[in-house]
Design a protein around this ligand. Structure first.
Ligand code: GAL
Length: 419
């Protein structure tokens, strides 16, 4: 081969390679998320597959740690390095914090074309939009005041029906304990302790008290006798966890209930994803009911895919992902697996199991009654600074020897300092 021919061939090959990698970059989304548990990964698979069918590849960026703070720490480093992922799973107030930093993309034209304003509830739009502009695609609504119970363990322990109030719950935990099971499957991580706390605040003070303390951050409510009782009840629950609970991931606690080693778990409805993934059936193998004393109220969080500022070559795939996330058929397929309910109000409930149907109905009812409230534990009641301050107090009290009176004082100070 002549030298000139060789040069031309090499040049052609280089051009072809450049074009093909450009095409690859354009058809790829890099997604940061914390969905690493079995049920979560399966639900995410529905989205990956959907995008794959459109020729878009998925570059996975998982950060284990559940609803804690690990993912946001990783994101901070990426954004500082000017290398943001295409999309990031995010909760509530965190979304607003990132938008304030001018790190997010503008999805307005897609949102208008697809009519998102008409189908996404106000309570979610508050987080999906910043300064009136769409920046995120909400994929679900989880509710966090649920109890998951092993039906056989309850039967063996003589618990004949789901407890309806706090004393009934304690009596049921005692019965399960007396039979040698772990009464309460729990993982001692700050966000999980805070998940219990949300429920106990409502069970103790009712929804108005929850709003005052957790959403309005009212000093009087935070420092009240009712709050002292909340901490006393947290200590009561602490007496029903097993010795190995410290640091345990939430899905391993779900596994204890699934395997018949434990009676109850207080956890958001992503736990249902684990039961379903293990082949278990609602009402046959497991029960789902509201944390006793919180019936009629729903604390919620919504996972949203926040779209970040990326180069032009990645925008086409980014918009395709946002569009896919918001499609009604996808929202049904995804949420059936995930345990949550759709973030759109126009998705039929046919494909959902009994727990899912119940979740959808109770969410709508609570929304009407004014008792649908953002979860503090899951970033929908107050900004991250306050949330983290609450985590610290709750966890220190739950795991240590802090008297409830002191925890109340610490809570007031921590929230005041973080506001
Ligand atoms: C929550 C999130 C859920 C679930 C859970 C545990 O914050 O909203 O989708 O993944 O964490 O990982």
């Amino acid at each position: 081969m002549k030298l000139t021919t060789l040069k031309t061939t090499l040049l052609a090959a280089t051009i072809a390679l450049t074009f093909s990698s450009m095409a690859r970059a354009a058809e790829e989304v890099e997604v940061l998320h914390w969905w690493t548990a079995g049920g979560e990964a399966k639900a995410l698979g529905v989205l990956k597959e959907d995008l794959n069918k459109q020729g878009i590849t998925w570059k996975d960026m998982p950060v284990a740690g559940g609803g804690g703070t690990a993912a946001m720490t990783v994101l901070r480093a990426r954004v500082q390095a000017k290398n943001a992922p295409t999309a990031v799973q995010m909760l509530g107030f965190d979304i607003q914090d990132w938008a304030k930093e001018d790190a997010t993309a503008n999805l307005d034209s897609l949102a208008t074309e697809e009519g998102w304003d008409k189908v996404v509830p106000e309570a979610l739009q508050k987080f999906s939009k910043y300064d009136g502009h769409w920046i995120a695609a909400p994929v679900n609504v989880h509710s966090t005041n649920w109890v998951w119970a092993n039906k056989k363990v309850l039967e063996d322990s003589g618990v004949t029906e789901p407890p309806k109030d706090w004393d009934g719950f304690i009596a049921a935990l005692d019965k399960v304990k007396a039979k040698g099971f772990i009464p309460l499957a729990h993982g001692g991580q700050p966000w999980q302790d805070a998940t219990l706390f949300d429920s106990v605040v409502i069970a103790t003070g009712g929804p108005e008290f929850y709003k005052k303390a957790m959403i309005d951050l009212d000093k009087e409510a935070l420092g009240s006798d009712t709050m002292k009782q909340v901490f006393d009840r947290m200590k009561q629950l602490r007496g029903y966890v097993d010795d190995n609970f410290s640091g345990r991931d939430w899905n391993l606690s779900s596994a204890l209930v699934i395997e018949g080693k434990a009676g109850f778990q207080i956890m958001g409805d992503w736990a249902k994803g684990e039961f379903i993934n293990a082949g278990k059936k609602p009402d046959v193998d497991f029960l789902c009911f509201r944390t006793p004393g919180t019936q009629g109220s729903v604390t919620f969080n919504s996972d949203q895919f926040v779209m970040f500022n990326v180069g032009e070559d990645r925008q086409k795939a980014q918009l395709a992902m946002a569009k896919a996330v918001m499609s009604p058929t996808f929202q049904s397929a995804f949420n059936v697996v995930k345990g949550s309910v759709p973030a759109r109000t126009d998705v039929p409930n046919d494909a959902f199991d009994d727990c899912g149907k119940k979740g959808m109905q109770e969410l709508a009812e609570a929304s009407k009654a004014g008792t649908l409230m953002g979860s503090m534990a899951h970033g929908h009641a107050a900004p991250a600074s306050v949330k983290n301050a609450v985590y610290d107090v709750v966890t220190k009290h739950f795991n240590g020897n802090v008297p409830s009176e002191d925890a109340v004082k610490e809570l007031v100070n921590a929230v005041e300092g973080a506001k």
